[in-house]
Design a protein around this ligand. Sequence first.
Ligand SMILES: Cc1cc2nc3c(=O)[nH]c(=O)nc-3n(C[C@H](O)[C@H](O)[C@H](O)COP(=O)(O)OP(=O)(O)OC[C@H]3O[C@@H](n4cnc5c(N)ncnc54)[C@H](O)[C@@H]3O)c2cc1C
Length: 380
Amino acid sequence: MPVRATKRGAERTPFGSGARYDVVICGASFAGLAVARELRASRARVLVLDRYEIGERQTSACCAPTSWLVNLELQGAIRQTFESMVMHTVGASVRWDLPEPFSTFDYRSLCELLWAQCGDAEFETAKVDGRTGSVVHTDRGDVEAGLLVDCLGWRRVLGGEGEPIQPPEATLSRGLEVHPHGSSPDLQLWVDPRYVPSGYGWSFPAGSELRIGIGSYDPRFHVKEPTVRLAADERRPAERYQGNWIPHRFRDAVEDGVFFAGDSAGHCIPMSAEGIRTAWYFGIACGRELAAVLAGRQSHEQALERYAAFHEEHRWKFEWMWLNQRAIRHLHGRPLDWLARFTSRRRVIHYLFRKYLNVAPASFALPAPPQVRAALPVAA
Ligand SMILES: Cc1cc2nc3c(=O)[nH]c(=O)nc-3n(C[C@H](O)[C@H](O)[C@H](O)COP(=O)(O)OP(=O)(O)OC[C@H]3O[C@@H](n4cnc5c(N)ncnc54)[C@H](O)[C@@H]3O)c2cc1C
């Protein structure tokens, strides 16, 4: 699979004045690469920007439904697959049989595999500082595009003056994990106030490493000490840290002509903090609207309206999960132990999980956008 080289060091020259593209996608992680992949048949000039090289900075524990990885042809990045999940509360440890397997994957490999599916899109490393109209300001100068997409994560850099999103006041959760070497057969969750009063802990094995962390729905609660403690309880060293803020409220998907997908639009599911498949899901939806604009089948305005409508159709599901997130923090002790045991019944967990998976079903990734074949060289 060819992986195109990206610019480093001295090659990182300023963008020329008047740098103009059909589409500029800011952010080259799950959402941004999903948008770019949908445009691979368009033959449009597409530029993807990120402050880091593609796949350089892991942004999560990298666990997603296996069906999504298969439908996006990303199996090569899978490190471990799980048919069940162990759930711990203070008084109960139960095993949830999953109706569909989940897999952990290697972030760099996955991003490289996705990028290899993005056709002729160009990539540049640049820090995005903001936007004026259709011009994106970066530390390498300005870039202009007819269509702009913000896949920059929770900071939503291309947004306007709207609601502030600054921790710890904003509606953000806090996540931190360590990546010790080692292995385990089990995907594990802890809903246990001894680690975090409102949130959960996890241990996600990925082949030869474990991703052990704590997520707090309360952005003021510091998660480093309990993360170290959970790792120690699992007899693992706290090494190779990775953390970020996680948005847990739905935001607007379009603003001032700009499209937002993934964490920038609050597409991470509240309560579970699962945001990879939803970043793909809404990234694909956004990419399909952009592809229709580039093909002349609809206007920019129509694409904004259609994408915003698609996003709004999902609002109640995210709001429902947010209500659950708020409720679960009041549930401790015996009622929580009972809930864990009740949901460990196969029929119950299958029913609940299927509903949950339907928030962003893997079938949405199909059919894949057609590949554009490179033109054959003309014989002399
Ligand atoms: C500790 C932790 C563990 C998690 N585990 C899971 C999990 O196992 N499964 C799951 O589904 N979800 C998980 N999540 C949530 C998931 O990581 C996010 O929802 C997901 O990464 C969102 O994808 P995205 O593409 O929208 O944004 P991101 O993955 O955050 O990508 C944003 C991109 O924009 C770039 N960027 C940001 N600012 C700038 C700038 N100013 N200029 C240029 N580039 C910029 C970044 O470098 C990055 O590449 C976890 C989150 C955390 C914090």
